[in-house]
Structure formats: C-alpha cells, structure tokens
Design a protein around this ligand. Structure first.
Ligand SMILES: [Zn+2]
Length: 78
C-alpha cells in the first residue's frame, strides 16, 4: 500500500461525507453505469477514473472513483 493510498483511506475514514453517496444496495449495473457512462476524476491523482468502488463508511456507502494505477493497492480494500 502506498503512502498516498494510505492517506486517502485515512481521509475517507475521517471524512466520508467528502465522497458522493452510493446507492444502498448498489448493483453491478449501477457500478458499470458510473464507470462507463459517467466521467469522474480519480480521487488519488485527478486523472479520469477507470475503476469504481463502493466503500462502507460510518456515513453509509460512498463512491470511490479511481484510475487503474491508484486502484491497484485497493484490490483488497473492502
Ligand atoms: Zn489515479
């Protein structure tokens, strides 16, 4: 896990309200729609996001938009 990703996860945990709320429950179709049909920037570097995750936070499920590079360390993140 990179320092940048660690900081990102720390920030999400501390301030989940900074992220857009995700549907609950979130279907694969909704995730595909966000990833393919919508344009979002990577939370880590600002490039176009190519991956989308839903993070469970104290504030409920939140979208995590990331490019492939920034998402790589998060594959084990649930
Ligand atoms: Zn990125």
């Amino acid at each position: 896990m990179t320092e940048q990703t660690n900081a990102l996860l720390h920030l999400i945990k501390a301030e989940p309200s900074l992220l857009p709320a995700a549907p609950d429950p979130c279907s694969a179709k909704q995730m595909d729609h966000r990833r393919i049909d919508e344009v979002h920037v990577c939370l880590g570097c600002g490039e176009r996001a190519q991956c989308v995750y839903v993070a469970s936070t104290d504030a409920g499920p939140r979208w995590l938009d990331l490019c492939r590079k920034c998402a790589a360390p998060l594959y084990d993140f649930t």
